[in-house]
Write a protein that binds this ligand. Structure first.
Ligand code: GUN
Length: 300
C-alpha cells in the first residue's frame, strides 16, 4: 500500500512554477499577482487563505490579501448582505481593471445571504484562477482552453502521480459539489483522460455497490467515514478530498483533521491512498499558483 504524498508532488510543481515566475520577471519585468478576498473571519477560511498567500509569496509572486469585515449587525440581515455584496462587487471591479493583478480569488463560502453566484460572475473570466465563473466552467465542459478548477485539476495530477493510467479505468466520484464532484467527473471523462465515470451523491441508495467496482474512488462528500475499506475493490486508488475537523483535546488546537475516507480500513484494501492532511490540500494551492502564472503569461 502506497501513501500518495501530495506534499512531494506539490513541492516539485511549485519549484517548476517558481522557476517560470523568475523567468517571466527577468525577461518581461512582470510579477504574477494574485488577489485573495476573504469576507469575515471563518477560521477554516482564514487558514486556507493564509496558506494561499504564503505559497504565492514563496513562488515569487505578488500576493494582495483583501479582508472585507462583516459590518456590525444592524438588525436588517438583507441590508447587511447587500452591503457586503456591494463592497465585493466594487473591489472585484477594481481588481478586474488592475494590470498588476492576474488572478482574483474570492474565498468561499461567503456569509449567509450573500449571493455567491452574482459575486463569482463579476470576476473577469481571464482572471478567474479558481475556474469558478460560468464562462470557465462552460469552457471546461466543452474542452476549450480555460482555467481548470484547482482541486479537480490537482486530483487528476495526484492520480497520475500515483502511477495509475486512467485510460479505460472505472472512476467513482462521491459528491456532486460545483467545486469538486461535478468538475472532477468532467475532467476524468475528457478524451485525454478517458476514464469511465460514475458520480454518486446523497441520493445514491447504495454507494458501496458502485465503489466496489471502482479502480479509483474520489471521495468529496464533506462527511467523515463516507468511504470505508469494505466498500473498496482490492487494489483501488483512493483520493480523499475531505477536510473535517474532529474535536480532540490531546491536540494543541483542540481538533484534528480527518478526511471523508476511514483511512485505517481503506489503507488495508487500497493500493494507494492520499492522506489528510498532506494529500489533496497542497495540490489545490499548487494548481492555483499554476493558473496565476498561466494568467500572467497570457497577459504579457
Ligand atoms: N472554499 C473551499 N475551497 C475553495 C477553493 O478552492 N477556492 C475558493 N475560492 N474557495 C474555496
Amino acid at each position: 500500500m502506497k501513501i500518495i504524498d501530495g506534499k512531494v508532488l506539490a513541492q516539485n510543481l511549485r519549484a517548476e512554477i517558481a522557476e517560470k515566475t523568475a523567468k517571466l520577471k527577468a525577461e518581461k519585468g512582470v510579477t504574477p499577482g494574485l488577489a485573495v478576498i476573504l469576507v469575515g473571519e471563518n477560521p477554516a477560511s482564514v487558514s486556507y487563505v493564509t496558506a494561499k498567500e504564503k505559497a504565492c509569496v514563496e513562488a515569487g509572486m505578488f500576493s494582495l490579501p483583501i479582508n472585507i469585515p462583516v459590518p456590525t449587525d444592524n438588525g436588517d440581515a438583507t441590508l447587511l448582505s447587500r452591503q457586503i455584496e456591494n463592497k465585493l462587487l466594487s473591489t472585484i471591479a477594481e481588481l478586474n481593471a488592475d494590470p498588476k493583478i492576474h488572478g482574483i480569488l474570492v474565498q468561499l463560502p461567503l456569509p449567509k445571504g450573500v449571493d455567491e453566484k452574482k459575486i463569482i460572475n463579476a470576476i473577469a473570466p481571464e482572471k478567474d484562477v479558481d475556474g469558478f465563473t460560468p464562462v470557465n466552467v462552460g469552457r471546461m465542459l466543452i474542452g476549450e482552453r480555460c482555467f481548470l478548477p484547482c482541486t479537480p485539476h490537482g486530483i487528476i495530477k495526484l492520480i497520475e502521480f500515483s502511477g495509475m493510467d486512467l485510460k479505460g479505468k472505472h472512476a467513482v466520484v462521491i459528491g456532486r459539489s460545483n467545486i469538486v464532484g461535478k468538475p472532477v467527473a468532467v475532467l476524468l471523462v475528457r478524451k485525454e483522460t478517458n476514464a469511465t465515470v460514475t458520480l454518486c451523491h446523497t441520493g445514491t441508495p447504495d454507494i458501496g455497490a458502485f465503489t466496489r467496482q471502482a479502480d479509483v474512488v474520489v471521495v468529496a462528500a464533506g462527511r467523515p467515514n463516507t468511504l470505508t475499506g469494505d466498500m473498496l475493490k482490492p487494489g483501488a486508488v483512493v483520493i480523499d478530498v475531505g477536510v473535517n475537523r474532529i474535536p480532540d483535546a490531546t491536540k494543541p488546537k483542540g481538533f484534528r483533521l480527518v478526511g471523508d475516507a476511514d483511512f485505517e480500513s481503506c489503507a488495508k484494501v487500497a493500493s494507494a491512498i492520499t492522506p489528510v492532511p498532506g494529500g489533496v490540500g497542497p495540490m489545490t494551492i499548487t494548481m492555483l499558483l499554476w493558473n496565476t502564472l498561466e494568467s500572467a503569461l497570457a497577459a504579457n
